[in-house]
Design a protein around this ligand. Sequence first.
Ligand code: SF4
Length: 474
Amino acid sequence: MGDTGAMTATTITPPGQTAARSARGSYWITTFGCQMNKADSERMAGILESMGYQQARAEQEADLVLYNTCTIRDNAEQKVYSYLGRQAQRKRSNPHLTLVVAGCVAQQEGESLLRRVPELDLVMGPQHANRLDTLLAQVEQGQQVVATDGHHILEDITTARRDSQVCAWVNVIYGCNERCTYCVVPSVRGREQSRLPEAIRLEIEGLAEQGYREITLLGQNIDAYGRDLPGITPEGRRAHTLTDLLHHVHGVRGIERIRFATSHPRYFTERLIDACAGLDKVCEHFHIPFQSGDDEVLKAMARGYTIDRYRRIIDRIRQRMPDAAISADVIVAFPGETDTQYRRTLDLIEEIGFDQVNTAAYSPRPGTPAADWSNQLDEAVKVARLQELNALVERTAKERSARYLGRVEQILVEGINSKDPNQVMGRTRTNRLTFFAAARPSTDGVTGATWQPGDLVDVRIDQVRAFSLSGTLA
Ligand code: SF4
């Protein structure tokens, strides 16, 4: 239950679905969990393709099946075991099938996963994502491999096979040194390791050359960026911070939008806010988890800030960027949370008026301090609080969406809406999903079909919903 954003299970699916068998065979990746996992999956897909694998048409046809797992919530973990059960059964009749479990469940369970599912070939923690080819070479020699030791992450940025052709995630810091009492991330993803600014900029330049227009700098706690890198400025501050990194990558030609996630209120600085206001490619959207609206609960969570500090951050952002969108993560029914404390969370959501909040009821994760506390709340309380919270989040999001009605918004076109081929989808700078009628791209210049993925277009918003907008090309 880290600062992880929305949790989903996704599969990497190639544009055009052309995949079939190759010399090496075909692969299938299913990804559970957060953006960090999705970014890891894209890199692993790239490595598999550079090894000669091709994307399979369906999981049941694949020669190599990889589950990139998440342990943030119990249901995500249970889902992996049920998926694995099906593949283990398949492997009994097809011994050439290669079965891989990567990500946080792999890191946490390690060898015990092999005992539970002996059909597995490879169990690898998130720090080993860039070594997939080396680990598979060991598997090909007939070994069953477990790679979960603390590992310095290799720079390997050239092979990612990205889902989007327009927006790309760029890892800038791996791991987390915080010790939030509910969170497994530090134990599964290890200590912070920042990438060098030069390597990050090179990756972004490469992305711009490939046609990407938007990048999201990623870190579990992105405000920690650079604190493990050496260097002090003449003014006596750290030479490498997220603010400096934003300045460093801002000039990359071809990149139109820059985002970053996930922010930590403890480390979010005024200097960063001022930089965001001053750098025109940095979008006015801030994802800053607050987790609870009550100071005592925050203390029990070991978050290291108060709600007053959180308010001051939001005030400062809104002073400098009045239209900025604010999103957050929140946990309700944390051990010992009283009804009054829970209501403070609701009050804060009303007061701030969030554009989006990822919500969760507390779920104890093995190996975290809070999991052992005796003041756990009943399931019924968790369900009731979560339901009420979700209704409030939807209402405030809808209220925030109302401000777009009648406005012309700049939309970065991502492609056709997969649920409705008559619509194009993209996002506002503030990260609201936006749809508009698709006039297919044409070359005659007469039909007015003017968009392509990666274009920035002006759309007049004529319908607003809690989490998305619709409009017409202006
Ligand atoms: S800051 Fe680190 S420890 Fe705290 S919730 Fe986020 S990932 Fe987990």
